[in-house]
Design a protein around this ligand. Structure first.
Ligand code: DLL
Length: 448
């Protein structure tokens, strides 16, 4: 879907009326920079005074909070990584007494200890305010119903979206993830205008609509706010075409806050505005740690009390772009992948999103695919396993396999095997989907 939007919903070129922008969004660039510097200095002071790990790191690097006189001085301070949070598990990086912590979330962490994060009441208020801002930027308005299918629980997706939607004056339908058939019935019966869900689970919901004989384009949904995992422009087109809604991107991570760190505006759909009045972005070279235009996103919180983070290495790869729909806030380009998701195949860096672009161009296959990494001999071998569309003929399936093989060879520069499998044979996720299945017996050291 391009051009004007679906009937009854926001249209492209329809920014929120001025009355719907909050005070942070109305700051001029000069006001924003002054606000950032004041809050950055206070955050560095808070981290140094109240959190042992930061004091040790700053001392080791020979910097003190008062050395930060301009925003550029932040580059003199040490980075924070996920390992710092793991090493101080569970609460060692909290900067306030435990009785001021109102909520805890944790990221599951595929290996080892989870990372635990905490929020004061003010942190929760700020978070809800930022998610509300995201929902308005996506076209949400007071009175809209928001179906939330991000998981509730320790994951920040469900509750983060929930309080933001309430703050935006919307009616929340807290569906959480799973029970796909029921989700579809709820959407039919409650008629929400907005859905917040991972893009891969949206695909599972779409299939379920079709299975129940419901045309997804006939639903009440007008806006989808998709995040928690990478997704491509090709995926946006697929979802917008099948659902007749605006698909916009929301970014965030638990260590920094949760969903709502950055958001795409519906009127431009040109990358995600970082809400810089609360979070300060930098881009560094993932290996050399030098500032660069394109590389790893590094984030510093400016207002957080319970868990301030200084120069957090997100591992997410993107670039910073000037503001558009919200002029003072810089944008990040859609995240193409994480440095830890990168597969190095015979010396070539391969990201799952590159394969997604190619797979989604093939009309005979469905957007459900997985990458299987094996090591049959001494060399790694990548198989793209992708589902056929239900109506695809054997010839069409063979042609799709050949197209994907050639597309990956020409576009990415590696030789892969392509297996087109029957519909409904690849596992579905109800939240974040693990695109890469690593079946090598001795996994290679991953970058990052
Ligand atoms: O995924 C928070 C979230 C919930 C964001 C709901 C958006 C919507 P974590 O579980 O800590 O938090 O995972 C954070 O997920 O570092 C990225 O690698 C990835 N990620 C999140 N949003 C996007 C996005 C939540 N829009 C990690 N595009 C991040 C690409 C994303 N990757």
């Amino acid at each position: 879907m391009t051009g004007s939007g679906p009937a009854g919903g926001p249209r492209r070129g329809d920014p929120p009326p001025d009355g719907l922008l909050d005070a942070g969004e109305r700051m001029s660039l000069g006001e924003l920079r002054a606000h950032q510097l004041a809050h950055l200095r206070a955050t560095l002071r808070h981290a140094y005074d109240d959190i042992e790990l930061y004091r040790a790191k700053f001392d080791a690097a020979g910097v003190r909070p008062e050395d930060c006189r301009t925003l550029e001085d932040l580059a003199r301070f040490p980075f924070t990584t996920k390992a710092d949070l793991r090493d101080t598990y569970p609460f060692g990086m909290f900067g306030v007494p435990m009785d001021s912590v109102r909520r805890i979330h944790a990221s599951s962490g595929s290996t080892g200890r989870p990372t635990v994060v905490g929020y004061t009441q003010r942190d929760l208020d700020n978070w809800a305010g930022l998610v509300a801002r995201c929902i308005r930027a996506a076209g949400g308005r007071p009175g809209h119903k928001v179906h939330i299918a991000y998981g509730y629980g320790l994951f920040t997706g469900g509750l983060g979206a929930h309080y933001g939607a309430e703050r935006a004056g919307c009616t929340v339908i807290p569906a959480s993830g799973g029970m796909t058939a029921r989700q579809v019935r709820l959407i039919q019966d409650f008629r929400p205008e907005i859905i917040m869900v991972t893009p891969t689970y949206m695909l599972a919901l779409l299939d379920e609509f079709e299975r129940q004989g419901v045309d997804p384009r006939s639903t009440s949904l007008r806006v989808g706010i998709f995040g928690a995992e990478p997704w491509t422009e090709e995926m946006r087109r697929e979802i917008e075409d099948r659902l007749d809604l605006h698909a916009v991107d929301i970014y965030g991570l638990s260590e920094v806050m949760g969903p709502g760190v950055a958001q795409e505006c519906v009127e431009t759909k040109d990358g995600l505005h970082v809400w810089e009045d609360h979070i300060y972005p930098e881009i560094v070279d993932p290996l050399g740690e030098q500032p660069v235009q394109e590389g790893e996103l590094v984030l510093t919180t400016l207002t957080k009390q319970a868990l301030p983070v200084i120069r957090y290495r997100t591992r997410d790869l993107t670039r910073l772009l000037p503001g558009t729909a919200r002029a003072a806030f810089r944008r990040i380009r859609k995240i193409t992948g994480r440095s830890d998701d990168m597969i190095i195949l015979r010396g070539v860096n391969v990201f799952p999103s590159q394969i997604e672009e190619i797979v989604l161009r093939s009309p005979a296959v469905a957007p459900h695919f997985q990458l299987r990494l094996t090591r049959p001999s001494r060399l790694d071998h990548l198989t793209v396993v992708v589902e056929a569309r239900p109506d695809a003929t054997a010839d069409e399936r063979a042609a799709a396999a050949a197209d994907i093989f050639q597309g990956v060879k020409d576009g990415v520069g590696v030789t892969v095997e392509v297996e087109v499998v029957d519909p409904e044979t690849i596992e579905r996720s109800v939240g974040k989907f693990r695109r890469v299945k690593d079946l090598r017996t001795a996994p290679q050291e991953r970058e990052g």
